[in-house]
Write a protein that binds this ligand. Structure first.
Ligand code: ADP
Ligand code: MG
Length: 351
């Protein structure tokens, strides 16, 4: 077009806006699984079971035994910005739940077919409802149900041709989903998790509620990991520099692996912190001559005002207030533990 007239600006159709936004919240099958499992955890579930078909493109089904959803809330369940977890912006500072935006379920209905079966305690039967584009498709149908909620996401990205093709052509998300559930399973040791492919007899993650973290790690990552771990703890209560508490398990010098596994929870949220991961790898490389890459499970608790939870839903990468101080404290704790371990074993050999 040779014309020098500027193009007209118009308002995008709401359905277009919603689909674009949904594609950002739910980037791939594993992002849908994360949102659903976090909803199940927020609902106080002690048992969460995941079934995946075709890497999540055909079906993702998450069943829990949580508190369920009221019949009268079902009409707005999948509308954007409907939530039971947040009311005032100020609440964000003290929020304990993982969700708060009321965007996840809505997003899924814009890029997939969503069916919910749910029952609240004391009810004789549950309800089944299907949703599309934020809207309930029919009146809730009475259906027999056990405690909790089951959400099924079918035909993910059916209306986003390019996304679906890209995902179909690459390795599917199932290993990512298994990895995600493994991480949740060792942190939430009082919740039993399972994850399996649709139609498969056996589960690829299977954890039962455990009394100890080490047992949880053993059941998910195996004895070769669990037998070579050192417990670590650190805390700092000096308000002028930093306030934090950390506890976890790190691999000892006998552990061997080609890649780092870092399972990090900050204030109960599964996150990634590249700076911290690198800092720990450096300590391992410096302290252990034949450096294997470490296995790290770590839970860090910080004052809520030191962590901004209101980042984009899919941004798992965090940065923290006083990050340098915290990283240094964690580094020196790990270094000391590794040195003590090595000295103790040298001493034993000499005896
Ligand atoms: P958010 O988690 O940010 O509130 P979601 O779209 O993920 O938003 O969920 C909307 C609401 O639906 C939640 O606030 C919760 O009340 C309800 N909900 C979703 N999943 C479950 C579940 N598995 N069990 C009970 N309630 C649920
Ligand atoms: Mg949620």
């Amino acid at each position: 077009l040779a014309s020098r007239d500027p193009p007209r600006i118009h308002r995008l159709d709401e359905s277009v806006v919603n689909r674009i936004a949904a594609g950002e919240v739910i980037q791939r099958p594993v992002s849908a699984v994360k949102e659903l499992v976090e909803n199940s955890l927020d609902a106080g579930s002690t048992s969460i079971n995941v079934v995946v078909k075709d890497g999540g493109l055909k079906l993702i089904q998450v069943s829990d035994n949580g508190h369920g959803i009221r019949r009268e809330d079902l009409p707005i369940l999948c509308e954007r910005h409907t939530t039971s977890k947040l009311s005032a912006f100020e609440d964000l500072q003290s929020i304990k739940s993982m969700g708060f935006r009321g965007e996840a379920l809505a997003s899924m209905t814009y890029v997939a077919h969503v069916t919910v079966i749910t029952i609240t305690s004391g009810q004789l039967h549950g309800y089944k409802v299907s949703y599309r584009d934020g809207v309930m498709g029919h009146e809730p149908q009475a259906i027999a149900a056990v405690k909790g909620t089951r959400v099924a996401i079918e035909n993910l990205f059916y209306n986003m041709i390019a996304r679906r093709k890209t995902l179909q052509n690459s390795a599917d998300d199932y290993p990512k989903i298994v990895d995600l559930l493994s991480r949740f399973a060792i942190h939430h040791k009082n919740v039993s998790f399972s994850c399996r492919k649709h139609g498969a007899a056996g589960a690829d993650v299977h954890s039962v509620a455990m009394s100890s973290r080490l047992d949880a790690i053993r059941s998910v990552y195996g004895a070769s990991v669990a037998n070579n771990l050192i417990k670590i703890e650190a805390s700092d209560a000096n308000p002028s520099s930093s306030v934090f508490e950390m506890d976890g398990h790190i691999s000892d010098p006998n552990y061997s692996s080609k890649k780092t596994t870092m399972v990090l929870f900050i204030n109960e949220r599964l996150v990634e912190c590249t700076a911290l991961k690198r800092a720990i790898e450096i300590i391992y490389a410096a302290t252990l001559p034949k450096a294997s890459k470490p296995f790290i499970y770590m839970s860090v608790i910080l004052p809520p005002e030191h962590v901004d939870v209101n980042v984009h839903p899919t941004k798992r990468e965090v940065s923290l207030l006083n990050q340098e101080v915290i990283i240094e404290r964690i580094q020196s704790t790990i270094e000391l533990k590794l040195r003590n371990f090595s000295e103790a074993s040298t001493y034993q050999e000499q005896e």
